[in-house]
Design a protein around this ligand. Structure first.
Ligand SMILES: [Zn+2]
Length: 216
C-alpha cells in the first residue's frame, strides 16, 4: 500500500495532536523507508516483473528485515522508544508504535502472499493488488477519510499551514495516480534511490506544513 499508510498517519493526529505529522508519516511508512536502503545494500531482494500483480510490477523476492511481522514489531518498538526519549510524549509514542505495525497489516491486505511472519517464515497476503479498481477504491477512501480527520483536528496558523498542507495532500494523491500509469522502474537501483528520496522528501514536507498548523 502507499496512500493507505499516509491515511493512517493523518488520522493518527486525532489521537496524538502534539505529534508532528512528519513523525506519524515516518512511522506509518517506516518499513518502506528502510526497504530501499536494504535493497541498495543488497540485504533484501526485489525483481522488476511487470504483471506480478495488476497494481505493481515488483516481485518482492525477499524482505524479511524490513517487512516481516516480527521485524515490524521490533522497528515499531525501537522507533517508539526513540521518540519517547526525544519528545517525552507517551500518546505520541504509542501512535508511532501503532503506525509502524499498521504498515505490515495494510501491506498484508494488499500484497500477494509475500509478507513473511518472521524471517524465513510463512508468507501471507490477501492480494488486494490483483485488482487496480479495488485497490484505488480502498486506498482512495482511506486517504480521503485520513485527510478529513486531519483537517478537522488541526487548523493553519499561517499561509504555509494552509497551502503547504494542501499542496502536500494533492501531491501525494497525484504521485499515487501517476504511479499507476507510469512504466516499471528501469532498474532495481533506480527504484531504490527513487523510493528513498521521494519518501524522505514527503516526510519533510509533512513535517514542515504541520509545524505551521495547530490543534483546533
Ligand atoms: Zn511496505
Amino acid at each position: 500500500m502507499f496512500i493507505g499508510h499516509y491515511a493512517v498517519a493523518l488520522a493518527s493526529k486525532r489521537f496524538a495532536p502534539r505529534t508532528s505529522l512528519g513523525a506519524l508519516i515516518a512511522a506509518a511508512s517506516l518499513l518502506d523507508l528502510l526497504w530501499p536502503i536494504f535493497i541498495l545494500l543488497g540485504w533484501e531482494q526485489v525483481r522488476i516483473q511487470p504483471g506480478n500483480t495488476a497494481f505493481t510490477p515488483l516481485d518482492f523476492v525477499s524482505y524479511p528485515i524490513s517487512h516481516s511481522l516480527v521485524a515490524a514489531i521490533g522497528w515499531a518498538t525501537l522507533f517508539a522508544l526513540l521518540y519517547y526519549l526525544l519528545v517525552r510524549y507517551g500518546r505520541g509514542a504509542i501512535l508511532i508504535w501503532v503506525g509502524v505495525v499498521s504498515h505490515w497489516v495494510l501491506d498484508w491486505i494488499s500484497h500477494r502472499p509475500d509478507m513473511p511472519l518472521y524471517p524465513g517464515g510463512l508468507r501471507l497476503g490477501l492480494g488486494l493488488w490483483n485488482s487496480i479498481i479495488a485497490t484505488v477504491i480502498v486506498e482512495g477512501l482511506m486517504y480521503a477519510i485520513g485527510v478529513w480527520i486531519y483537517l478537522r483536528v488541526t487548523r493553519p496558523k499561517d499561509g504555509v499551514g494552509k497551502w503547504g498542507l494542501l499542496s502536500f495532500v494533492i501531491a501525494v494523491g497525484a504521485l499515487y495516480v501517476a504511479n499507476i500509469f507510469s512504466p516499471p522502474p528501469p532498474s532495481v537501483r533506480m527504484l531504490g534511490i527513487g523510493a528513498l528520496v521521494l519518501s524522505s522528501f514527503l516526510v519533510l514536507w509533512a513535517w514542515w506544513a504541520d509545524r505551521h498548523r495547530e490543534a483546533r
